[in-house]
Design a protein. Structure first.
Length: 167
């Protein structure tokens, strides 16, 4: 029995480098993309707001963790008013509206927030998130400042946004 446990442990240790090498690394800079506004108009990376931090939240309306992430962002909507916020989902327009109405009503009203639909499944391929929710903060020059996929860490984003807005 002990030999079996040791062999399993050795196998796991040997597999760890292979597994970690295959782990997705979040996009280090904003990639080229085409998403769609809820009015069906195309929106590309060329249309991102210039001179502001870029805050992307990729969510799924059936994801409970996403619900909590958007609720946290909603609570901090005033702190995000100088940041370009992009809420992206592969869900239907109707589902996105209902989800955001329930979980982020203040964000929906903000002029700095754009709701986008990923109808061509580009986000996962190009931004390479690990799971839902995927939260990315990019600098004014489109370089990744912070990535996380744990809604419990939303405060890290708000602190970093506050620090960068003072610059």
């Amino acid at each position: 029995m002990l030999i079996r446990k040791v062999l399993i442990l050795i196998t796991l240790i040997n597999l760890f480098p292979v597994l970690s090498a295959n782990a997705q690394v979040p996009a280090p800079k904003v990639p080229e993309f085409t998403f769609y506004q809820l009015n069906k108009k195309a929106f590309t990376d060329k249309q991102l707001v210039k001179g502001k931090l870029l805050f992307f939240i990729f969510f799924d309306a059936t994801c409970d963790h996403c619900k909590h992430a958007l609720q946290q962002a909603n609570l901090h909507s005033k702190e995000l008013n100088k940041t370009a916020v992009y809420l992206i989902s592969m869900d239907s327009e109707k589902t996105i509206h209902a989800f955001l109405k329930d979980n982020a009503p203040d964000l929906m009203k903000s002029g700095n927030v754009l709701m986008l639909q990923d109808v061509n499944d580009e986000f996962i391929k190009k931004f390479t998130p690990r799971k839902y929710p995927s939260i990315f903060l990019y600098s004014r020059d489109k370089k990744l400042l912070l990535y996380d996929d744990n809604e419990s860490n939303m405060t890290h984003f708000f602190k970093l946004i506050e620090t960068n807005q003072r610059k």
